[in-house]
Design a protein around this ligand. Structure first.
Ligand code: PHE
Length: 331
């Protein structure tokens, strides 16, 4: 037995340990043999020998368990050492990736508004009718719902058609003053040169108590923002309609391709439409039980910004994953 104890002490792997366990403690193992041999002993001796054997058995089992723990721990450590990757071992040229133009543009937009002290809100992509339409002054059967071809689920839920429901969710959750943007993915049933079923918007909302917020505030921030994004372009506000703002406007910049002379991209008008905006409609404020406040909202399409900034002619190419396009955005 002494040899087995020495071997156990020196054992260096779990496989050998198991072999050792079987040859000592197993059914046909060394100790079993010793127990069997007891029948050849004088009955008077048996008790003492059995006691001794049991003691050895217990001690061996205990040492074995200790060794097993030790070896298991060592196996984990060895495993980690073997799997370690030496990240300093880079040989040759390192190719840097780049941001997808939509992400890059989104980040630039977020960056501007964060510096202007806007918070960034998230909302959800699967919305209900109330937040996507009803609370935004688009009751059922309102003709303006046709402006947005919607993907519906069976249970009155839908894929949000714009980021405006985040306005509602934020106003439900918080009290004025509010100063937020909501960047995010939106969905519409549309597919052609300038439309994809999935695209991205950034929404903006500012609400203050009393009559503090005016159209002039809206005009200032959007003008400044558009100069930040497009450089020295001209900006014009054109009266328009959105159910959730009153008065509403669409915002154009002078065409970045022809600088206002007129070309195919701007349909020879010299202007490109880039934003929708307006003062938050009374009915929207009512839907979230806001009283005696004033505010403005705006919304923009990120893909359109990316296309104008990078002169990308076909919107769909942004989502084809073609490396020839993406490689142009490597850093
Ligand atoms: N939600 C509008 C759209 O998707 C954009 C918008 C937002 C217009 C906020 C005005 C105010 O077209």
């Amino acid at each position: 037995m002494k040899n087995y104890f020495i071997e156990l002490e020196n054992c260096i792997n779990l496989k050998r340990l198991e072999e050792l366990r079987i040859s000592v403690l197993g059914k046909k193992g060394e100790l079993a043999k010793e127990f069997a041999n007891m029948k050849n002993l004088e009955p008077s001796q048996r008790k003492d020998v059995a006691k001794e054997l049991n003691k050895i058995k217990q001690e061996f089992a205990k040492k074995l368990e200790e060794k097993r723990l030790e070896l298991e721990e060592k196996a984990v450590e060895d495993g980690m050492l073997n799997e370690k990757i030496d990240i300093s071992l880079i040989n040759g040229k390192l190719e840097l990736g780049g941001y997808h133009p939509v992400v890059e543009t989104m980040n630039r937009i977020i960056d501007y508004f964060q510096k202007m002290n806007f918070s960034v809100e998230e909302g959800r992509m699967v919305e209900d009718d109330f937040h996507n339409f009803e609370a935004l002054n688009l009751p059922k059967h309102h003709p303006a719902r046709d402006m947005q071809d919607t993907f519906y689920f069976a249970d009155h839920h839908l894929l949000r058609t714009h980021t405006s429901p985040v306005q509602i969710r934020t106003m439900e959750r918080e009290k004025p003053p509010i100063r937020m943007i909501a960047p995010g993915t939106v969905f519409r049933r549309d597919f052609d040169l300038t439309h994809t079923p999935m695209f991205h918007q950034v929404e903006g909302l500012v609400i203050e108590n009393g009559k503090k917020v005016s159209f002039a505030n809206l005009k200032f921030i959007l003008q400044d923002f558009l100069h930040h994004m497009f450089g020295e372009v001209e900006v014009r506000f054109r009266p328009s309609f959105f159910p959730f703002t009153e008065p509403s406007a669409e915002v154009d910049i002078s065409c970045v391709f022809c600088e206002g002379d007129g070309c195919r991209v701007c349909s020879h008008t010299g202007w490109l439409e880039v934003l929708g905006c307006g003062m938050v409609d009374e009915n929207v404020l009512k839907a979230v039980q806001y009283e005696d406040v004033s505010g403005y909202a705006f919304g923009l399409g990120v893909e359109r910004f990316a296309m104008l900034i990078h002169r990308i002619p076909d919107l769909r190419s942004l989502f084809e994953g073609d490396l020839r396009l993406l490689e142009q955005f490597q850093r």
